[in-house]
Design a protein around this ligand. Structure first.
Ligand code: AMP
Ligand code: TRP
Length: 323
């Protein structure tokens, strides 16, 4: 007898949520550590699963930002997320700071500030206390009752805090069933991609050395030269040894992630070869991935052009943002 799949299914509905700061074009670490997993989860989700992906402008405000540059970066991030395959018809793709326009939020703020009406709220009073980074992130997750949070290694602590907060809340305010599910941290095998220039630290958007990261919008030549100039070591042959050979192992991790293979298998293939072979091959793969993204960006820009302009948010120019 054939049992319909939906009847057999016992897995509860998942709410998959993640976010990324609009602080520049995402790099390979963002992609391999988190964004590629967003797309994978979108593809493998059951129809009843919910997916939410947020561009977290408020989290970016923990560092000083140029408002005009931030506005451009928010739009660029949206275009990149569409380009890598986030489907806005399937996943809820949104700007975290758009929620600021919600009346409920405004009225809460008005109450907190003892203002007479929502229109009188002075938003310059919003401060770090209100937007405290990890708490704000926990709020992002809990407000959607997310069950799965696909992020890179550096975010694990925040998800643990979120679980603790959810647990404390559930135990303090006991109802018939716990209000918040405890969200699961979902990672990838390449959850921590290292800097190409300093393989003791992670690849990061904020490093002053632009050679330390590969951006999703880099050209083939740029990617090739960055990979060729990556810091490795002078040990003969290729082995995967993250502790003693972090630079070489980082290139192997990148190559394995780009080819969806196991890193120890990849290392075996290159065992008797030199660093030059490894660097040429991963540059080729990176270029293949980049070309796909660049072509998709052309299409996504068309879609972006159709979107109505957003008024007001995060712009101090008085003009609506350009899409
Ligand atoms: P951010 O750019 O800080 O907003 O990070 C966006 C996502 O990319 C988060 O899930 C991070 O954990 C992930 N991420 C950032 N840098 C790296 C890296 N070097 N390796 C792996 N994942 C990363
Ligand atoms: N703090 C995360 C980062 O820097 C971004 C983020 C904000 C996030 N809110 C979130 C990630 C909610 C997952 C879920 O990468």
């Amino acid at each position: 007898m054939i049992i319909p799949r939906r009847v057999c299914q016992i897995r509860p509905r998942r709410v998959i949520l993640s976010g990324i700061q609009p602080t520049g074009i995402p790099h390979l670490g963002n992609y391999l550590g988190a964004l590629s997993n967003w797309v994978k989860l979108q593809k493998s989700a059951e129809p009843e699963d919910k997916l939410l992906f947020s561009i977290v402008g408020w989290h970016a405000l923990t560092l000083p930002q140029d408002p005009a540059a931030l506005l451009t970066a928010r739009n660029d991030m949206l275009a990149v997320l569409l380009a890598i395959g986030i489907d806005p018809n399937r996943s809820i793709l949104f700007h975290q700071d758009h929620l600021r326009r919600m009346t409920t939020w405004k009225s809460r703020l008005a109450a907190a500030r003892n203002s007479a009406s929502e229109d009188e709220v002075d938003e310059s009073l919003l401060n770090a206390g209100l937007f405290m980074y990890p708490v704000l992130q926990a709020a992002d997750v809990l407000v959607y009752k997310a069950t799965h949070v696909p992020v890179g290694d550096d975010q694990q602590q925040h998800i643990e805090l979120t679980r603790d907060l959810a647990d404390i809340f559930n135990r303090t305010f006991k109802g018939t069933s716990p209000l918040f599910p405890l969200p699961n941290y979902v990672n990838t095998p390449s959850k921590r991609i290292l800097s190409l220039k300093d393989p003791t630290s992670k690849m990061s958007k904020s490093s002053p050395d632009v050679q330390s990261r590969i951006l999703l919008t880099d050209t083939a030549t740029q990617i090739q030269s960055k990979i060729r100039a990556a810091v490795t070591d002078s040990i003969q042959g290729i082995t995967y040894d993250p502790k003693d050979r972090p630079g070489t192992s980082n290139l192997l991790t990148i190559l394995a992630a780009c080819t969806d293979s196991d890193v120890t298998q990849v290392a075996k293939t290159y065992e008797s070869q030199g660093h030059g072979d490894l660097e040429t091959r991963s540059a080729y793969l990176d270029e293949t991935a980049r070309r796909g993204a660049a072509r998709a960006i052309e299409h996504s820009e068309e879609t972006m052009g159709l979107a109505p302009p957003i008024r007001g948010d995060m712009s101090d120019s008085g003009k609506p943002p350009v899409h």
